[in-house]
Design a binder for this molecule. Structure first.
Ligand code: ZN
Length: 486
């Protein structure tokens, strides 16, 4: 602990200028956020001409009929136009809020509301919660027309929208209630820890955030998601049988297997897993079940289990802890920094003794350059994980036979037969990916820089090529090891 605090102390002394020098932080935040928006618009302009291509990439020829390809190009074009407009619109709003002192105004309003009820400035936590709520509404309400347009015009036009206006409104209200129900106690605890731990808040706050993240892993599927979607146990049948037997061969601790009514809102489809290390749940979208045969869905699940096998979620959690640590260790320099608050129009009496929540929000805005770089880095890592999971699915039969030969697995004759039947896993995964892309009308021509910045998954073409590469390198690897076995 002492080493940790010595390290944090050194970082603080390097940043001590923040608390004294009158730097124009507002100008800095404005320039950088505009920089990010303009860069994102530039990426869209690079991507845009690709939506005019008349035919899909060679590797996809034969999988896309002309009509579907043209539909996907039109959908992509409409989405790109919308993103370009939405990005600039949101930036104009955010920029105006910063320029005209909306942060200081929200703090002031929150204080006034509380004082009506007889609570003075000593009640920092209630004022912080109210401040966050006011700020949330003034910054998010202007974008409401955008999500209405996106759902009821854009997605509707291309046949994806299944949301009714009443569902849209109840979703929104539920989301707000939930945000407040979880956000307010979270914020209260967060601020309490700051006050209680003083200068030594970093390890305590990290422990708190980790506990919060882990409890969300349990609460999200059991309490939160059922508020929006219906999860029902996947009925007995070939699909359930395949997934259960694959999970047991891999010793995946499958607790529940659900089908989710994703089609209630949208016809985009997917599958995922979640849970604690000893109890996992798999969720499959009803749309995916409708669109692909059980053997192809099995390949999608093999990909998902690849994420589990290589500990991808735990690795991401570890990276996020390192990220949180960096943020928290830089924060104390901004915690007692009147010039930062003055720069964002806070009056002298507030700036003299900065409220923690205000200091933290302004600090986060100042961090946007770092966050943009972290985002690109995380996308890069996530894409590596996707390649790895695709490889896992493609090589799964070979792996199971190797495990069996090494004595790590005891396959019965019937199970050996099942593994043998998995020999075409690569083909099935390719087919499932193509179906997913075709049904979702996903973009197939992607600019490399656009993709590097935005995408957490490799493009379809990249994935198909990689899977083909694995299949070519080990053409009949599964069959060969099967022969050895038998
Ligand atoms: Zn994946």
């Amino acid at each position: 602990m002492d080493f940790l605090h010595a390290l944090l102390g050194r970082i603080q002394s390097k940043l001590s200028f923040v608390s004294v020098q009158p730097i124009n932080w507002k100008l800095y935040v404005q320039s950088f956020s505009w920089g990010v928006t303009l860069f994102e618009s530039y990426l869209l302009l690079r991507q845009y001409p690709l939506y005019s291509k008349a035919a899909p990439p060679a590797i996809l020829e034969g999988h896309f009929d002309k009509d579907t390809f043209e539909k996907s190009q039109r959908y992509g074009k409409d989405k790109a136009k919308f993103s370009l407009f939405a990005g600039i619109y949101k930036q104009v709003i955010d920029s105006a809020l910063i320029q005209f002192g909306a942060y200081a105004w929200s703090w002031d309003i929150a204080g006034k509301i509380l004082s009506r009820f007889g609570y003075g400035p000593a009640y920092e936590i209630p004022q912080s919660i109210l401040f966050s709520a006011v700020l949330f509404f003034i910054s998010s309400l202007p974008s409401l027309p955008l999500s209405v347009y996106q759902t009821f015009v854009l997605e509707e036009k291309h046949g994806f929208n299944k949301t009714t206006p009443s569902l849209f409104v109840t979703d929104m209200l539920k989301g707000w209630a939930l945000g407040f129900g979880i956000g307010a106690p979270f914020l209260a605890a967060f601020l309490k820890i700051f006050k209680w731990a003083g200068d030594r808040f970093v390890p305590w706050l990290m422990g708190f955030l980790l506990a919060f993240q882990l409890s969300m892993v349990v609460l999200y599927p059991t309490v939160i998601q059922p508020l929006f979607n219906k999860l029902s146990p996947l009925p007995e049948g070939p699909l359930r049988g395949r997934i259960e037997s694959m999970a047991s061969k891999l010793k995946f601790p499958l607790k529940h297997l659900y089908e989710i009514d994703g089609s209630k809102r949208s016809s985009h489809s997917n599958a995922y897993f979640f849970g604690l290390p000893w109890s996992k749940h798999i969720v499959i979208f009803d749309t995916l079940i409708k669109e692909s045969p059980p053997e192809d869905i099995e390949a999608v699940l093999a990909h998902e289990l690849g994420h589990w096998y290589f500990l991808h979620p735990s690795k991401l959690l570890l990276i996020s802890q390192a990220h949180i640590f960096t943020i928290l260790s830089l924060f104390p320099a901004f915690l007692h920094a009147p010039p930062v608050l003055r720069s964002f129009d806070f009056p002298e009496h507030v700036a003299r003794n900065p409220p923690t929540i205000v200091a933290f929000l302004l600090f986060q805005m100042i961090l946007t350059p770092m966050e943009a770089v972290v985002g690109i880095g995380l996308n890069f890592i996530s894409r590596q994980f996707e390649w790895q999971a695709d490889r896992f699915a493609t090589e799964l039969p070979a792996k199971l036979f190797q495990d069996n030969a090494a004595g790590k697995l005891q396959l019965s004759e019937e199970e050996k037969k099942e593994v043998e039947d998995m020999a075409d896993m690569g083909e099935r995964l390719k087919r499932a990916l193509i179906t997913l892309h075709v049904k979702n009308l996903s973009t197939v021509w992607v600019d490399w820089l656009y993709s590097a910045y935005h995408h957490s998954h490799p493009t379809l073409t990249e994935r198909l090529k990689a899977i083909e590469g694995i299949q070519k390198r080990a053409p009949r690897i599964a069959a060969d090891s099967a022969k050895k076995e038998l």
